[in-house]
Design a protein around this ligand. Structure first.
Ligand SMILES: [Zn+2]
Length: 301
């Protein structure tokens, strides 16, 4: 009996690895049924393998988790992409198209003892005015007026009607109304004494400066990215950082096109900032999804 046990224990490692022929396996199984000591030995032999099995399932669980994350991120990415598209469309359709001056564009009529009413042509869908004391003359007010419509208004609003506004300064001084065409041509005096004739209102440059800064930042991160080719852990963060100036530059292009200046800097800045934030979220998600995909490909190999 003892002798048989020794033989069986010699075979056990092979048996647990399923590396014996069916006759030997039968012999081992028959002995294990009878012999408690060898059964115990067999259980011990099997244990390390059992641990190995759970270890193997850990990467599998990890992979499943990653696939679930990827699925969620893909859904989020789609939502962000749709939002970016909608806001881009809004930015383009809502962009002010300034009306060139013509006599029918606006009429100014006096109201009361020191007020005026400005009435715009029906083509004008939006306007802006600013009243301020004349810097070069006492007892006089200037009123700068801009008027515009947008593609959206032209295509989708059927009946705007005429718009008008009543302007009354606090003191009973005469008002000079200047129309600002915002196309690089001179401002036009439409009412009152032509005091400030020959002035041109220039577009604001500040946004163009930010765009140049964004392009510089993008250039710097590209150089760092190229320099860190052999350090993938750092490279990931360089990529994540570089995606913001990229988002900004693309958003600027969507809102302002190739112009380096803007007549409506506040509107444009708000849109660019909002759009670049959304775009950045989208690009970070896409970057993550791409990395998970790459990792899964490596695991499958
Ligand atoms: Zn035995």
């Amino acid at each position: 009996m003892k002798n048989e046990c020794n033989i069986i224990r010699d075979i056990l490692p092979l048996y647990t690895e399923h590396m014996v022929c069916s006759d030997t396996a039968e012999l081992v199984e028959e002995h294990l049924r009878r012999c408690a000591a060898c059964r115990k030995e067999y259980e011990r032999e099997r244990k390390p393998q059992a641990i190995q099995v759970t270890e193997e399932s850990a990467p599998l669980r990890n992979l499943k988790k990653k696939m679930a994350t990827k699925r969620l991120q893909t859904i989020a990415l789609t939502a962000v992409f749709v939002a970016v598209l909608l806001i881009s469309a809004f930015a383009v359709l809502d962009a002010p198209v300034y009306a060139p001056y013509s006599e029918e564009l606006l009429t100014v009529t006096p109201i009361g003892d020191h007020g005026i009413q400005i009435t715009f042509d029906a083509r004008v869908t939006d306007f802006n005015y600013r009243i301020y004391p004349a810097p070069d003359q006492e007892n006089l007010y200037y009123c700068d007026v801009e008027a515009w419509s947008s593609l959206w208004d032209r295509w989708f609003s059927s009946d705007n009607g005429q718009q008008s506004v009543v302007v009354s300064p606090s003191e009973p001084y005469p008002i000079t109304v200047m129309y600002i065409p915002n196309d690089g041509t001179e401002n036009i005096c439409v009412y009152g004494d032509a005091g400030d004739e020959g002035r041109i209102t220039l577009p604001r440059l500040s946004l163009g400066v930010y765009q140049i800064l964004a392009l510089i930042a993008l250039g710097i991160t590209t150089i760092i990215w190229l320099a860190t080719g052999k350090k993938p852990a750092i490279r990931i963060w360089v990529e994540r950082a570089g995606l913001y100036p990229l988002s900004y530059a693309v958003s600027y292009f969507i809102v302002c096109g190739f112009h380096r200046t803007s007549y409506a800097p506040q509107r444009d800045f708000f849109l660019i900032f909002f759009l670049s934030f959304l775009l950045y979220c989208g690009l970070l998600l896409a970057h993550n999804i791409w990395r998970i995909k790459k990792e899964m490909k490596e695991i499958n190999r």
